[in-house]
Design a protein around this ligand. Structure first.
Ligand code: ADP
Length: 253
């Protein structure tokens, strides 16, 4: 029996090593790919900004297409890196006591440049009373907030508002991110957490996107034993919710 266990442990260790080599390879290739794509982005941008001289309307439209494809690749590589990182660190989350109200404030502050550029106001409706802290990996939960806020802004229009709220409910802290953007059609609702899935109206609104953001977000929330869900009406807007359990001291994740 003990020999069986020792054997399983050895095999596990071997698999862990192989998996780590695979993740390293993905990360290295993705980083190199991102460097080349970024170089290409600036060259295309120089053409579009006429830094390299005049171009015809036809040339501009082709370069614009190349620029958008390149942006799409950069988004894909970035999301792949986040996902690989999340999968790698899943078994070794650095848990700490986190005040989600403070974290939300911090993240909204980080978005202030982008939101003013896009003329979209981000509002945080804070609870009236103090809420409990949660035990989570702060950097991973930061990725969850970033993906949901980025999507809310990406699928909204100038002048719209993105509204966040937080509340304590049934032993969980529940966060919501609401927008009044394009919404999600009934037929596509079941698919949006799938890897690489992008709804038709999303592709039309913004050709840049990998369809990996929500998959990663869901994985992170579920690693924390939390839940993620949404309400949406096509053409009217979407609210994403996620909840994280309030852990009592002595609880294990
Ligand atoms: P991406 O935004 O890169 O396409 P995500 O994985 O973040 O990928 O989201 C998957 C899909 O879910 C999006 O392509 C879009 O169809 C839908 N979606 C996500 N967030 C929103 C939102 N706030 N409003 C409307 N659709 C959304």
């Amino acid at each position: 029996m003990t020999e069986d266990i020792a054997q399983i442990k050895r095999e596990n260790e071997e698999l862990r090593k192989q998996n780590s080599v695979k993740s390293d390879l993905i990360s290295i290739s993705a980083h190199q790919l991102r460097t080349s794509l970024s170089a290409l982005k600036w060259i295309l941008k120089m053409f579009l900004d006429r830094d390299l001289g005049a171009i015809t309307g036809e040339q501009e439209s082709f370069i614009q297409k190349a620029f958008i494809s390149n942006e799409r690749m950069i988004a894909l590589v970035n999301d792949m890196l986040t996902l690989t990182h999340a999968e790698e660190t899943a078994l070794q989350f650095k848990l700490e006591e986190v005040d989600l109200i403070k974290l939300t404030d911090e993240i909204i502050f980080e978005f202030s440049g982008e939101s003013s550029k896009k003329h979209i106001e981000i509002i945080f409706l804070k609870p009236d009373t103090e809420i409990s802290k949660v035990s989570c990996d702060k950097e991973m939960i930061r990725v969850v907030f970033q993906n949901l806020i980025e999507n809310a802004m990406k699928y909204s229009s100038e002048g719209d508002k993105v509204i966040l709220s937080a509340k304590e409910k049934d032993g969980n802290i529940e966060i919501s991110v609401r927008d009044t953007g394009i919404g999600i059609t009934e037929e596509e609702k079941a698919k949006i957490f799938e890897k690489f899935y992008r709804a038709n109206n999303a592709k039309e609104k913004d050709p840049v996107g990998s369809g990996l953001g929500l998959f990663t977000t869901k994985s992170i929330v579920e690693y924390h034993k939390g839940k993620i869900w949404f309400d949406s009406k096509a053409g009217e807007g979407t609210t994403f919710y996620f909840s994280l359990p309030i852990l009592k001291s002595g609880d294990k994740m």
